[in-house]
Ligand binder design. Structure first.
Ligand SMILES: Nc1ncnc2c1ncn2[C@@H]1O[C@H](COP(=O)(O)OP(=O)(O)OP(=O)(O)O)[C@@H](O)[C@H]1O
Ligand SMILES: [Mg+2]
Length: 236
């Protein structure tokens, strides 16, 4: 086992019916790092995160997390084991209050322990101010903070985020970037973030991967993310 890799994915495959969408994905995420996963629309980034979470069941390959084989685990066991997930489009419950949305994140925990951890409101004071409001009444940026807060409720070791800057105004993007860096630095949290916004990727991550047609085509330290790669795999 490679001790410094918190996540190791080998030959991971998944198909929607007959359509092979993950075609042997190989990559690793080192402990304590912020790693970006990039790629054009439709290459399989969301499918990969869902498969890591057990929301899609892979039909080949392995997912090793903190030295344990997670490939066949149920989603709630993956969450208990230390995975947190911020889905694309946020997926908050519009009719539930902010506080109840945050408590949903604690689903894996005993009901008696379902109290929103104070740390979440410290990271996102706006969620405290709005804790009694319905999630659906929040702005897009506030909803994104709520989705991140919900994923943090179980204090994950590895946080997966799917395009958290999509449709969010610049000052909130900055805030989210600052918090992700803080989580990595202060709590040693490991972060894998699907992201299309290059400036953000360069600012917050130390490593990157590029996905193309269901597999990883390039990767390295963030300094190795060259214009050539951007041109070849990312520009439209
Ligand atoms: N539930 C589904 N059923 C069938 N096909 C799907 C489903 N979800 C996604 N796909 C297809 O799988 C492929 C990969 O989709 P996925 O959402 O993983 O891409 P993505 O890289 O996240 O794209 P984007 O950048 O637009 O979010 C696409 O061709 C998509 O149409
Ligand atoms: Mg996607």
């Amino acid at each position: 086992m490679d001790a410094e890799n918190l996540l190791k994915v080998e030959g991971l495959t998944f198909a929607y019916g007959e359509v092979a969408t993950l075609r042997g994905v190989d990559f690793t995420v080192p402990k304590g790092k912020v790693v970006s996963l990039m790629g054009r629309n439709g290459v399989g980034k969301t499918t990969l995160l869902k498969t890591l979470m057990g929301l899609n069941i892979s039909n080949g390959g392995t997912i090793t997390f903190d030295g344990n084989d997670m490939t066949k685990m149920q989603t709630h066991d993956r969450v208990k084991g230390g995975l947190g997930y911020v889905p694309q489009g946020r997926q908050i419950f519009p009719r539930l209050t902010v506080e109840d949305n945050l408590k949903i994140g604690l689903g894996a925990r005993a009901v008696t322990l379902r109290k929103v951890p104070q740390g979440i409101y410290e990271y996102f004071p706006v969620l405290y101010d709005m804790r009694a409001r319905a999630g659906g009444n929040l702005s897009g940026g506030q909803q994104q903070q709520l989705a991140i807060g919900r994923a943090l409720a179980t204090d994950p070791q590895l946080l997966l985020l799917d395009e958290p800057t999509e449709g969010i105004q610049p000052n909130i993007i900055q805030l989210i970037g600052d918090i992700l860096q803080q989580l990595a630095k202060e709590k040693g949290m490991t972060i894998l973030i699907v992201e299309q916004y290059l400036d953000f990727v360069r600012e917050i991550s130390s490593r990157f991967y590029i996905m193309n047609r269901g597999a990883i085509s390039a990767g390295g330290s963030i300094q190795e993310l060259t214009q050539d790669l951007v041109h070849q795999y990312l520009s439209v």
